[in-house]
Design a protein around this ligand. Structure first.
Ligand SMILES: *Cc1c(COP(=O)(O)O)cnc(C)c1O
Length: 467
């Protein structure tokens, strides 16, 4: 399997290259030149597999020759050994053919563990082969940071530095990052918002003069291709549990950087019968405005009850647009530039194609609180605010359909409610208890440094830890 950049300046890369590079050298995102395809008979064969073996079957075609089969199997088995067995991703029925897919049983209680537990191990294997070391640099608006630090803290060949917006992540999220043990683990709190953090990371990747010779810079934010691959798996898992290849299933996905739902789009493109994909956004609704009104323009950032979805522009969306523009990188670049300026629109044909797959809804904080309270009252299921955005969006979309209950609707539950106690109490419910494992971790001292949103300050810090 070969990978090319969405900006047209880089092609013919192997999985090993995209694993270690993140952003392509031309500033684009890597996408595979083709996708593996699963027919009905292939799906029937996957039906009874345990989660790790299913993950192996999905990931293997994407990794190509980067790992021997048994090496990849072991990486994946080790990655999911820390999840409760056998329910790595339990599916809870709410009635009316509506389901919640619980993706929050990993070490940091959020879905990002599914990818980052694997990524840390893949990196260590690849680096060990060349006797190399890497510096991992990432930006987080919440859950990525802790999941990345947990995925890499045991790694012997990796230093990891995570930027988060100072004072703009929940207390639980901050402590989950700053109490992670390990001399190779570094936290920076940036005076700014998440997009400032993301911009700094992009700038550091573009100017790597601070790195010692031979050291590699690697990305773990949601543009990393390996993460996307591991997120495809639970779409297959859920659909298979509900009977795939029949019936077709719809998914509602709380969306920020479009990594998670893009994995659902890929699952569909690989042959999984997926009927609709619901892009569920909070009030940062650039994607909802595009899907519902063909208007692509940035709006001021809002801080909401679902901070991991507080974004101006969704970085992975470029990967989907690349397909929508039939891999024409110049047309794509023009659209992105116009969107960042005054605003852009798709052609009627493109917009129709997009709406042939995606629905969308934007859910404000009041509706998020009301959904948390209602689902608790009706079903005894406690949703975190991100998941509540997804459930509410699914219900709004279904309310406009003729036979809303005909197709199973799977809502991805992206975080454990205990991570967002403020939102739960704002919904009028008692704060959920943190799991004991997490309470013990929080007794450790916090370690982080505050920096300005200044590239030189970042480069000086990175040069010192990598030196
Ligand atoms: C990261 C995250 C999201 C958004 O996922 P994207 O892949 O960025 O769209 C949603 N919910 C939670 C809890 C998250 O941590």
């Amino acid at each position: 399997m070969k990978y090319s950049s969405t900006r047209g300046g880089c092609s013919g890369q192997g999985f090993e290259d995209v694993l270690l590079t993140g952003l392509a050298p031309d500033g684009g995102l890597f996408v595979p030149d083709e996708l593996p395809s699963f027919k009905a008979a292939d799906l029937a064969e996957l039906k009874d597999l345990a989660y790790p073996e299913l993950a192996f079957r999905i990931a293997a075609p994407f990794t190509g020759t980067a790992f021997a089969a048994e090496e990849l199997r072991r990486i994946i088995a080790d990655s999911y050994a820390g999840f409760p067995q056998p329910g790595v991703a339990p599916l809870t029925a709410l009635g009316d053919n509506e389901y919640v897919l619980e993706l929050f049983h990993g070490p940091t209680l959020a879905f990002k563990d599914f990818a980052l537990q694997v990524l840390g191990r893949m990196l260590d294997h690849v680096l060990a082969r060349g006797g190399a070391r890497a510096l991992i640099l990432g930006a987080t608006s919440g859950d990525t940071g802790s999941a990345a630090l947990e995925g890499c803290r045991h790694s012997r060949r990796v230093d990891i530095c995570i930027l988060h917006p100072h004072g703009k992540v929940s207390e639980v999220q901050r402590k989950q990052m700053t109490t992670v043990a390990g001399d190779n683990v570094h936290n920076l709190a940036v005076e700014g918002n998440f997009d400032d953090c993301q911009r700094l990371v992009k700038a550091a990747f573009a100017d790597q003069s601070f790195l010692p010779a031979g050291r590699r810079l690697a990305a773990v934010n949601s543009i990393n291709w390996a993460r996307i691959v591991m997120q495809i798996v639970y779409y297959f898992h859920a659909a298979l549990r509900l009977g795939a290849p029949q019936p077709a299933v719809s998914f509602s996905v709380p969306t920020g950087n479009f990594g998670d739902i893009y994995a659902g789009y890929l699952a569909r493109a690989m042959g999984l019968p997926v009927e609709r994909l619901v892009v569920a956004t909070n009030e940062n609704d650039i994607l909802h405005r595009l899907i519902s009104a063909n208007e692509y323009s940035t709006a001021p950032l809002r801080h909401t009850l679902s901070p991991s979805m507080d974004i101006l522009v969704s970085s992975n969306f470029e990967r989907y647009l690349f397909d929508l523009f039939d891999r024409d990188h110049e047309a794509l670049a023009a659209f992105m530039a116009a969107g960042a300026g005054g605003g852009a629109s798709l052609s009627d044909e493109q917009w129709r194609r997009m709406r042939g797959i995606f629905d969308s809804a934007s859910v404000d904080d009041a509706a998020t609180r009301a959904t948390i309270a209602k689902v608790w009252r009706d079903h005894g299921v406690l949703l975190d605010p991100h998941t509540a955005v997804g459930v509410r969006a699914a219900r709004e979309v279904r309310a406009g359909q003729e036979n809303p209950c005909q197709t199973p609707m799977v809502c991805l539950a992206t975080a454990h409610p205990a991570k967002f106690a403020e939102a739960i109490t704002a919904a009028g419910l008692p704060a959920p208890a943190l799991p004991a494992r997490m309470r013990r971790q929080f007794e450790r001292p916090e370690r982080f440094r505050v920096i300005d949103r200044d590239l030189d300050e970042l480069k000086a810090f990175l040069g010192a830890i990598a030196g």
